[in-house]
Design a protein around this ligand. Sequence first.
Ligand code: BGC
Length: 268
Amino acid sequence: MTARLLEGQRALVTGASSGIGRAVAIALGAAGARVVVNFLSNPAKGDAVVAAVRAAGGGDAIAVRGDVAKPEDCIGLFDAARERFGGVDIVVANAGIQRDAPFAEMTLAQWQQVLDVNLTGQFVCAQEAVRQFRRQGRTPASRALGKIIFTNSVHQVIPWAGHANYATAKGGLKLLMKTMAQELAAEGIRVNAIAPGAIRTEINRPAWETREAEAALLKLIPYGRVGDPEDVARAAVWLASDDSDYVVGTTLFVDGGMTLYPSFRDAG
Ligand code: BGC
């Protein structure tokens, strides 16, 4: 049997109780990593992902409650990883929310909540990750000192009417990722991002759940299908592994071509 890509490594995935985070946690586990499964509010969902990691042939996993918008909760996730696994090699900063509203009606609370989770929460978790990588030092499990993967979005480049808070956070996250990558590469920390397009999860259910909605959505996707969380998870395994050891500061678009301006196929 060939060695699994992430054998001996320890991963932490935020927002891992559903959607993309859930699939990423299971795939990292199946690739041999031990996984901290962060959930916000539903322990049963966290436990179900832990069971799925184990069933996928993964190593050990634990579910840990935490709101990434609260710095003390982020620290708690890393404490748990240290106590259970002795450290962390891979951090997938994935937790994200939408609170949509037309621009003039968007409340300050809607604006702030999305910025708090999707940008500040990513910053705080990534900062803890860097501190933890430095504390623990190199391990034989990987060429890198540590890897951080942000879940970004096609909306880091595609403006999105009715979602000013979300697009702003994702645009900010793009330069946070690149700045961190530039600053930290010399010490062996690889920072990258995945930008999913329309993936079939709860966050965008109205966009795919009826036949009509899905048909409208597919007009935006040259590849002709809505993505599955596993499409993103496979990319995350690769970015977390030494197979991508020379990949630094890159955003991997996993979007079926959504960023190719498909409306220009027959126009312009
Ligand atoms: C959003 C989804 C949306 C997709 C493509 C994602 O970042 O969370 O709601 O379907 O981008 O527009």
